[in-house]
Design a protein around this ligand. Structure first.
Ligand code: GLA
Length: 388
């Protein structure tokens, strides 16, 4: 991102070159392993990306919020008068939801000019929404000196997404973009919110993200359906053991579940969550031992479980993963994020990445008719103010 170009655009839009805006950034995230475990109180292992959302903003004397983005032609103005109301299908709902969380906690939001720019693809399972939310939160926190901790802002952003935007997500995305650390993954217990930064040392390997470029369809409704299936499993398991979430069980409980959960679909969902928690714990252990081979196997097993037991993959993600695994130098590959479309994350020997991308693109297009995009991200830091 060219900062000079970005601030030029800001002045073109809002004028007054004597009043300099302040620049903030929040990353997107990629989850290495631990999918659909966060809202079950389980383990996840995401990392923040060096791609994300940039925000330039400054206070004004008008009682007006002016929003603009370099990504779409969709500007908006909103008068400040109490809590904001949801707009119809607009990206502005992410910042507005966050602003409401500030207002509810007593912040007197004054007039603002805001310009956003994101270089993380939208609706691709890389947390572009959490990134917009967190960049807004850190900026408001600084401009209005509200003194919220990162954890408070993470929770406020998740609330904004759940209650204002209406997507019932867990806490992983906001946590990862808030607490990201360069060259580290975040091993997070989504129940206690205890976390550890685990170094990601890939040596002769690279991370590759592949975007299916499948248009998002029923992701939100299917996501909510999975959540209720997990709640159903917890309800049925009470006669086995008193548990508040599926993650209180572990892999030694797996052989007994069928006695309490007669619905085969609910049983599979529980099996995924419990086995995935086990995989994340092992993944952290082998990552610390520099055993990337086993780490890659665990990524593969995670995808298999998401396909067979959790059923959130689909032909596009499965094509990328199972065709990808046939190629030389692939250590592990799996879907990342909510699923149904979006992206895969792969660890590939650096010398083989070019061949991986070329061959996978060819076969993916042959099978699905879609053209994939590839990204070679670095693991970056969390949401923060940037200097010019
Ligand atoms: C989405 C949600 C997260 C998490 C993942 C699946 O990204 O926002 O909270 O549930 O799906 O692991």
């Amino acid at each position: 991102m060219n900062k000079r170009h970005f601030s030029e655009k800001f002045y073109e839009k809002y004028g007054n070159r004597n009043d300099r805006p302040v620049l903030f950034f929040s990353p997107g995230r990629v989850n290495l392993i631990g999918e659909h475990t966060d809202y079950n109180g389980g383990y996840v292992l995401p990392c923040a990306l060096n791609y994300g959302t940039y925000l330039l903003l400054r206070k004004t004397s008008e009682k007006l919020l002016r929003f603009s983005t370099l990504n779409f032609n969709e500007d908006a103005e909103t008068v400040i008068n109490g809590l904001f109301r949801k707009k119809d299908k607009s990206w502005i709902n992410y910042p507005l939801g966050v602003m409401n969380e500030f207002i509810k906690r007593g912040t007197d939001i004054s007039g603002l000019d805001l310009l956003y720019y994101g270089d993380v693809p939208n609706a691709a399972g890389l947390s572009s929404s959490a990134s917009i939310e967190m960049v807004t939160a850190v900026a408001l926190n600084e401009l209005f000196s509200t003194g919220f901790t990162t954890l408070e802002m993470v929770k406020m952003c998740q609330k904004a997404e759940n209650e204002f935007v209406g997507m019932n997500c867990g806490i992983m995305d906001q946590f990862a973009v808030g607490f990201g650390k360069k060259d580290h993954a975040i091993f997070l217990n989504c129940d206690s919110l205890d976390y550890e930064n685990v170094p990601v040392i890939l040596e002769d390997c690279s991370l590759i993200i592949t975007n299916t470029n499948k248009k998002r369809g029923l992701t939100d409704s299917k996501y909510n359906e999975r959540r209720s299936e997990c709640e159903k499993a917890v309800e049925l398991l009470q006669s086995y053991r008193t548990v508040k979430n599926l993650s209180e069980l572990n892999t030694t409980d797996l052989p007994y579940l069928h006695k309490y959960i007669s619905d085969p679909v609910v049983l599979k969902r529980a099996k995924h969550v419990i086995s995935e928690n086990g995989r994340v714990q092992e993944a952290v252990k082998v990552l610390k031992e520099n055993n990337l081979t086993r780490f890659g196997e665990l990524m593969n097993l995670s995808h298999d479980s998401l396909r067979d037991d959790y059923e959130v993959t689909g032909p596009e993600l499965d094509t990328l993963v199972y065709e990808g695994r046939k190629l030389p130098g692939v250590i592990g590959t799996r879907m990342t994020g909510a699923g149904f479309g979006g992206c895969t994350v792969s660890i590939v020997k650096t010398g083989d990445t070019r061949n991986f991308m070329a061959k996978l693109a060819r076969v993916y297009t042959e099978i699905t008719g879609l053209i994939p995009d590839f990204y070679k991200p670095a693991i970056g830091n969390g949401a923060r103010k940037l200097s010019f």
